[in-house]
Ligand binder design. Structure first.
Ligand code: SF4
Length: 238
């Protein structure tokens, strides 16, 4: 009992608590100010369609994601715009690393919702086995991308991505899908140590969705010898 009293009566106790309180307040205010500055830079980047200080924003997101998302919402940025910005930011930071990875070590995951509703292909443990029947653009795109050296998977969900990357060990992947899928895929691939680039589809849904093929080709041709890029690629993209 007397030891307890001596502990609480220690003259250093009060100044210590005041110091801890002051440090906590400084950290909270510091985090708020840094988040606000990063959010302003992000909003300016979105407005100018150009990324400013991407590394700084990404580091901020690692530590202050919740706070920054709160500020984004407070300043009127919709969740979709926020996700789209995060994906662009991620792609921009990964571009130089992706560029150095040979095409033989890359894979592309396309969503099966891009296929025609009359698609005759069957789902296999490695995704949809496209028969290039000509009823949708997936057939020709797949052949062109494979000609470039890519391993292509047409898949119904991210569980396939995990399974196929464990089986084929690509170093880099391009994930195509709707905003939420791409963001989740990027987070998953990051955790798996893969260099990932995301491409968002133009139309969402489960059947006959749309993608701008030139968005995929712009990413797929990064770091590729121009001699290896099929001539038909840009015709199809157009
Ligand atoms: S081209 Fe391939 S994915 Fe498209 S409908 Fe035909 S078999 Fe299905």
């Amino acid at each position: 009992m007397s030891i307890d009293l001596a502990f609480w009566n220690n003259p250093y106790w009060e100044p210590l608590m005041i110091t801890i309180g002051e440090i906590t307040l400084i950290i909270i205010f510091g985090a708020i100010i840094v988040s606000l500055v990063l959010v302003i830079i992000s909003l300016y980047s979105i407005k100018r369609k150009r990324l400013y200080f991407p590394k700084l924003i990404k580091s901020g997101l690692v530590f202050l994601e919740g706070l920054m998302k709160g500020f984004f919402r407070l300043l009127g940025l919709e969740d979709r715009e926020m996700l789209s910005f995060f994906i662009k930011l991620h792609n921009s930071l990964n571009t130089s690393e992706f560029e150095r990875i040979p095409v033989a070590e890359r894979a592309i995951f396309l969503p099966q919702c891009l296929r025609s509703s009359k698609c005759p292909a069957h789902l296999t443990p490695e995704g949809l086995k496209c028969q290039a029947c000509g009823q949708c653009t997936l057939g020709e795109a797949r052949l062109l991308l494979e000609k470039m050296g890519y391993k292509i998977f047409i898949v119904p969900g991210s569980s396939f991505i995990k399974r196929m990357t464990k089986k084929y060990h690509p170093t880099a992947i391009i994930g195509v899908g709707c905003l939420t899928e791409v963001k989740e895929g990027i987070d998953m691939a990051d955790k798996m140590g893969l260099v990932v680039m995301g491409v968002v589809t133009l139309k969402e849904g489960c059947v006959e969705t749309l993608v701008n093929w030139s968005d995929i080709y712009d990413v797929a041709t990064i770091g590729i010898d121009p001699a290896l890029i099929p001539e038909d690629l840009h015709r199809l993209a157009g």
